[in-house]
Design a protein around this ligand. Structure first.
Ligand SMILES: C[S@@+](CC[C@H](N)C(=O)[O-])C[C@H]1O[C@@H](n2cnc3c(N)ncnc32)[C@H](O)[C@@H]1O
Length: 294
């Protein structure tokens, strides 16, 4: 099966051909994937494709669409092909080498935003550990842009590539209250914060092998994988957090779906208490909110 060059292809033809081809290759949501890739090359919205339905495709566009179809059929993530993804109602730039933001992380962002909104305190400092594309701090800042709440955020990552992309996303949203810091967890962090937020790497060795090929082969291993059964980063953060948290400060963690029990033990060991747990869209424990017990 191929998109032959010696025939005229309309938008409709290519759409249906691609959708069938993706189905054959086990690509989830094949029709949506076909629409997104074709609309990306034609620089229009998915809906606009239906206004161009019977229009023949220019040779150059067809050739670009073919390249994208080939990559997607080989299970290369669609977000990397499109160069962007939606998170918390914002379009974020994404690129290979930096983790693609996930819908579950919106629960973490929501938990923090609700806490700030419910509090009478107006000035906040937040440390985001492992910021990746900057999706967490940008979404938080954007939510408070017309509010009386002033939130100063330091967003760290060990990956220079992630920090570069985070800067692009911060600049794109014209946000001024986020400072980026190249740091291995706390090693370059100074000062104290009202809250620490983190979606650290938390996939254990066993789970890593079971990840979909799309994630395992194309997303950065250092953004996903953690030693000690996935608990390495929680352990390192909890071990040192007291030094960086203000009195009554809170920690907001995204966690792996089945890590709550193990994390309860770890938090106790470091003298923290879980004060709230948020579930994700699949009813799995996804966010822990902690305070220091002392
Ligand atoms: C699961 S990703 C989260 C990315 C983003 N915050 C999100 O929620 O989509 C974890 C991030 O932690 C970063 N990271 C890994 N090891 C780190 C370390 N030792 N210190 C700081 N950041 C680290 C990775 O580069 C990656 O960007």
């Amino acid at each position: 099966m191929a998109l032959q060059d010696n025939k005229i292809w309309t938008v409709k033809d290519v759409l249906f051909w691609t959708s069938d081809y993706f189905t054959e290759k086990d690509i989830p949501s094949p029709h949506l994937n076909a629409e997104l890739l074709i609309a990306h090359v034609l620089e229009c919205s998915r809906l606009d494709l239906y206004l161009k339905y019977d229009k023949p495709l220019a040779e150059k566009n067809l050739s670009n669409i073919k390249k994208l179809i080939k990559s997607r059929a080989a299970h290369y993530p669609i977000q990397y092909l499109l160069g962007s993804t939606e998170f918390y109602g914002i379009s974020f730039f994404v690129e290979e080498g930096v983790l693609i933001p996930r819908p579950e992380t919106e629960i973490l962002v929501d938990a923090f935003i609700s806490y700030i909104k419910e509090s009478s305190q107006n000035t906040w400092s937040l440390l985001d550990i492992g910021t990746g594309s900057g999706n967490i701090p940008v979404s938080i800042s954007n939510s408070f842009k017309d509010s009386e709440k002033d939130i100063q955020i330091v967003a760290t990552d060990i990956s220079e590539k992630a920090l570069k992309l985070a800067k692009k996303n911060i600049d794109n949203m014209k946000i001024e209250n986020i400072s980026l810091l190249h740091s291995n967890i706390f090693d370059k962090v100074t000062g104290t914060y009202d809250c620490i937020i983190s979606n650290p790497p938390y996939i254990s060795e066993k789970e890593f092998k079971e990840l979909p090929k799309e994630v395992r082969d194309h997303e950065p291993r250092e953004a996903l994988f953690a030693k000690e059964d996935g608990l390495e980063f929680y352990d390192k953060i909890l071990q040192n957090a007291e030094k960086y948290l203000k009195k009554n400060g809170r920690i907001f963690f995204e966690i792996g779906a089945y890590q709550k029990e193990e994390l309860s033990k770890l938090t106790e060991q470091y003298n923290y208490k879980i004060i709230d747990i948020k579930k994700d869209y699949n009813d799995l424990d996804r966010v822990l909110i902690l305070i220091n017990n002392t």
